[in-house]
Ligand binder design. Structure first.
Ligand code: MG
Length: 183
């Protein structure tokens, strides 16, 4: 499936432009220098474990820091309205729940809401199949973070199995190696 020229083209759609250990490691100055104005964050395993209803103080501080630097913050999650609205309550961020990433609906909504161009948007997420593929396919700047915790919901467990195959293919081509972070 992932061989030949078509394979190379396809596999590049999973590739992040930045790869970080966790959200606290995100170099906001560097994103700013690239002209990024809107930072979209996934929730589950990016800002919080899926079974933690509210953001930690660290996550709140991260969002506040990004805002103070002039970034607009949005949250886009494939999780339910109940999960996403509870998580975002009090954060004062624009959010899209049930986003069906990698489909572009959430990105389109967010771009329209803030009135920015695609190249002014970055997407921070922990999954190659949903977050990175979605970001690359739509044309926003993809930033991959390692998952915060090992535990995942059922659908994500399934996605992780496919993701492992993509990671293997990318590692084989020396394009992305798990845990070898870069900016
Ligand atoms: Mg996630």
């Amino acid at each position: 499936m992932l061989s030949g020229l078509g394979g190379i083209f396809l596999i590049k759609l999973f590739l992040p432009k930045m790869y970080i250990k966790n959200f606290q490691c995100l170099n906001l100055e560097s994103l700013k220098a690239k002209g990024i104005k809107v930072l979209i964050c996934d929730i589950d395993n990016t800002l919080a474990p899926h079974d933690e209803a509210k953001p930690t103080e660290t996550a709140v501080a991260f969002i506040e820091k990004a805002k103070s630097m002039g970034f607009k913050i949005a949250v886009v999650s494939n999780n339910t309205k109940a999960r996403v609205s509870t998580f975002c309550d009090g954060l004062d961020v624009f959010y899209v729940n049930s986003a069906k990433k990698p489909l572009p609906f959430g990105f389109i909504k967010i771009r329209k809401h803030f009135g920015v161009e695609k190249h002014q948007i970055a997407m921070l997420g922990d999954q190659l199949l949903t977050d990175m593929f979605g970001a690359n396919f739509y044309g926003v700047f993809p930033v991959l973070t390692s998952p915060l915790v090992i535990r995942d919901i059922a659908i994500t467990k399934f996605n992780r199995k496919l993701e492992n195959k993509v990671f293997d293919a990318l590692a084989k081509k020396k394009m992305l190696v798990r845990g070898e972070y870069y900016e």
